[in-house]
Write a protein that binds this ligand. Structure first.
Ligand code: SF4
Length: 62
């Protein structure tokens, strides 16, 4: 599974980082970036939860 963040949609709230720190981090512009692609198998559930928790639906999973 791969995760993609829509930088235009991300508002930098940090929820995804809190939910799945192994995959998401905020960059210098306070926009979420994916630091683990493909998503490690043991992080897939947390990554899906992060995508569902994103207030702007900026996280797409493939
Ligand atoms: Fe951006 Fe969504 Fe992550 Fe918030 S939860 S930092 S809006 S990708």
């Amino acid at each position: 599974m791969k995760a993609i963040v829509d930088r235009e949609a991300c508002i930098g709230c940090g929820v995804c980082v809190q939910v799945c720190e192994a995959v998401f981090e905020l960059d210098g512009d306070s926009i979420a970036v994916v630091k683990a692609n493909p998503v490690p198998a043991d992080q897939e559930a947390a990554c899906k939860e992060a995508a569902q928790s994103c207030p702007t639906e900026a996280i797409k999973l493939q």
